[in-house]
Write a protein that binds this ligand. Structure first.
Ligand code: ATP
Ligand code: F6P
Ligand code: MG
Length: 342
């Protein structure tokens, strides 16, 4: 068999470790051939491939980003898009099956293609950790480590100046990165998309911290909304899939806090630093295990499925199960963290 691999959606640390594991096991155990599609679905639609062999994936477990490139191009886009054209392209390239590594958007596309007869299986990834049917996605642990280090650093400068520091982390629809980094770094409030709160509540938390002589430190996910806002803050246009580019809510909150409390307040937007660089050991291991399971799943011809982490085991789940609903922060996890706010 010749198997094509693609990475789609936002990049995340661990993508290369998946590619390496697929190719190493696929060549040494199963004697299969591999190509990589460049830039996500675009490479599949346009038949833009690079050869992948054992030599090409050497040393990749620790390398951030994706050697294949990624994009938010869709498989139904352009004159060569759609399952019929894609099947023709696969036939022309002699590619028998596709492994799509991506988040919920990528897997939604995989499901549509699988339902239309394309031989495809999914590998979940996203720093947001918002994909259902898998307990964790690789990239998340790395993002949390980076955000936690940022909190630790903001805390010493904030304490020195007695300022209120507001750190913005990623998280379009869910607040997992904010919740975990905020808990790890001892933030005085964690603001997430699942839990809109009022500016009065934020001010109460900030003042209570100040009143006991501490410098307040808040973590906010980019998708957080105040209870007065209808949608997440966005002033930076649209992404490649026509969704608003988020980012900047911390820069709205900091002056509001300063104006209401009189405490000098500063915003830091962490941005893509959370997605760059080497994956943590946890993410390298998870990504490698998912890659190993992905090639087994291809050889078993279990099309339309996704490999997933359940507890400590890697299992195979239906893409429909994975796409049922976004994995949001449950109420009890927020309540548990909120006991320590203020
Ligand atoms: N329902 C769908 N049908 C067809 N194509 C889709 C669908 N949903 C998403 N896509 C395509 O797949 C691409 C990748 O999806 P998306 O941008 O949501 O990223 P993702 O895979 O969820 O990763 P991440 O959230 O980590 O960035 C989209 O940009 C879009 O082109
Ligand atoms: O890098 P881009 O394409 O602007 O995407 C940013 C988005 O990607 C993610 O990192 C993952 O979906 C989100 O948290 C964020 O909103
Ligand atoms: Mg997504």
């Amino acid at each position: 068999m010749k198997i094509g691999i693609l990475t789609s959606g936002g990049d995340c640390p661990g993508l290369n470790a998946v590619i390496r594991a697929i190719v190493l096991k696929g060549t040494s155990v199963y004697s299969q051939q591999f190509v990589g599609f460049r830039d996500g679905w675009r490479g599949l639609v346009e038949g833009d491939v690079i050869p992948l062999d054992r030599h090409r994936v050497r040393g990749l477990a620790k390398q951030g980003g994706t050697i294949l490139g990624t994009s938010r191009f869709g498989p139904y886009e352009g004159p060569s898009g759609g399952p019929e054209n894609i099947q023709k392209t696969l036939d022309r390239l002699g590619v028998d099956a596709v492994i799509a590594i991506g988040g919920e958007g990528t897997q939604a596309a995989s499901k549509r293609l699988a339902d239309a007869g394309i031989k495809i299986i999914g590998v979940p990834k996203t720093i947001d950790n918002d994909l259902g049917a898998t307990d964790y996605t690789f990239g998340f642990d790395t993002a949390v480590e980076i955000a936690t280090e940022a909190i630790d650093r903001l805390r010493t400068t904030g304490d020195s100046h007695k300022r209120c520091m507001v750190l913005e982390v990623m998280g379009r629809h869910v607040g997992w990165i904010a919740l975990h980094s905020g808990m790890a770094g001892g933030a005085h409030a964690i603001l997430i998309p699942e839990q809109p709160v009022s500016i009065d509540q934020i001010v109460t938390w900030v003042e209570s911290v100040r009143d006991r002589g501490r410098a307040p430190l808040l973590v906010v996910a980019e998708g957080f909304t105040l209870d007065t806002m209808d949608e997440a803050y966005s002033t930076k246009g649209l992404d490649g899939f026509n969704r608003p580019r988020l980012g900047g809510i911390a820069e709205i909150l900091a002056p509001m806090i300063e104006q209401r409390t009189g405490i000098e307040s500063r915003a830091t937007v962490l941005g893509h630093i959370q997605r760059g660089g080497v994956p943590t050991a946890y993410d390298r291991v998870l990504a490698t295990r998912l890659g190993l399971a992905a090639i087994d799943t291809v050889l078993a011809e279990r099309w339309g499925n996704m490999v997933a982490l359940r507890g400590t085991e890697v299992q195979v789940v239906g893409l429909d199960e994975a796409l049922g609903e976004l994995k949001t922060v449950p109420q009890h996890r927020y309540d548990e963290a909120a006991i320590l706010f203020g």
